[in-house]
Design a protein around this ligand. Structure first.
Ligand SMILES: Nc1ncnc2c1ncn2[C@@H]1O[C@H](COP(=O)(O)OP(=O)(O)OP(=O)(O)O)[C@@H](O)[C@H]1O
Ligand SMILES: [Mg+2]
Length: 283
């Protein structure tokens, strides 16, 4: 079985990483795939979205990393012990909380950046979704190294362009140093405001940098915020809602792109290239 490990990454905060990681994982689970969602953010927002704020998880990603700091012959299989069941069939969760942050310096000093990748070897999940924090830090980098595919959510503001340029450089570096086969599936346009010239302009700029823009765009809806307090992914709680249908179609197109064998591993920088390939970083 080829395992897909998708990281929903952007070092910029509040762009919809957690919302998309949780809902795409829920779409995968709904389609019958054995799915694991790993909350890699000490904020623990994905965990709260699935478990609620009141439930203190019995075990978390911090337990795994803690064991990596000690010589422990069972640590390769520890994922089996920290994975929680959820109310959604086929969806399992590795939760997170503030304890993760307390381990960061020790993990950096002891060079444990490969441990997430190692911990994910030899498991039975068909798809894994990683929700990193809004930073270019140890936990994000560990996710980028562990992932097979990256999806980049953006909100359409002017800072997105600078963020995307930084992401492009980070991806090149991660590929060069640790993970040469990391596939860039593309950018998800979140909180899209229809008919605004500003948003269209930003999307065109992102295409020029060489990113594939995934479709459909995800509209802004208060229903998403409500789904956080309902403690249920919107695609499960309100599958008929327009936002759920957009996320479901997005999941389907991600699945199609992921199956294409010829995703080019290089960006096509259209600001400097004369080549006019409308498929951007796809052949
Ligand atoms: N399409 C949308 N429409 C309306 N609100 C949205 C949408 N997507 C996300 N939000 C809201 O925006 C806020 C930030 O979303 P989310 O937590 O998913 O972003 P994030 O990138 O994970 O944030 P952080 O960087 O802090 O981890 C949340 O309150 C969420 O409910
Ligand atoms: Mg988040």
């Amino acid at each position: 079985m080829t395992q897909i490990i998708r990281v929903i990454y952007n070092q910029k905060g509040g762009v919809g990483k957690t919302t998309l990681a949780v809902n795409l994982a829920a779409c995968a689970a709904k389609s019958g795939k054995r799915t694991l969602l790993i909350d890699s953010d000490p904020q623990g927002n994905a965990s709260s979205y699935i478990l609620g704020n009141d439930k203190y998880p019995d075990s978390t990603l911090a337990d795994y990393y803690e064991s990596c700091l000690h010589l422990n012959i069972f640590r390769q299989s520890i994922f089996e012990y920290i994975t929680l069941n959820t109310k959604i069939p086929n969806l399992h969760l590795v939760a997170s909380n503030r304890e993760l942050e307390d381990l960061r310096t020790k993990l950096e000093n002891k060079h444990k950046i490969m441990k997430l990748r190692e911990g994910l070897k030899n498991n039975t999940y068909e798809q894994v979704y990683l929700d990193p924090p809004p930073a270019n830090d140890f936990f994000s980098l560990a996710c980028l190294i562990a992932a097979t595919e990256i999806i980049i959510p953006i909100d359409c503001d002017a800072f997105s362009i600078r963020a995307a340029t930084e992401i492009k450089n980070t991806i090149e570096e991660v590929r060069q140093d640790h993970n040469p086969n990391l596939k860039v599936l593309g950018i998800v346009v979140n909180q899209f405001q229809k008919g605004t010239k500003h948003s269209i302009g930003i999307i065109q700029e992102l295409q020029k940098i060489g990113f594939q823009i995934l479709e459909p765009y995800i509209p802004s809806s208060v229903k998403i915020r409500e789904s956080h307090s309902e403690i249920k992914p919107i695609v499960i709680g309100h599958p008929e809602h327009a936002v759920s249908q957009a996320i479901q179609s997005l999941f389907n197109s991600i699945e199609n792109i992921s199956q294409m064998k010829n995703i080019r591993n290089n960006f096509t920088d259209k600001t400097s290239s004369k080549e006019n390939n409308s498929a951007l970083n796809l052949d």
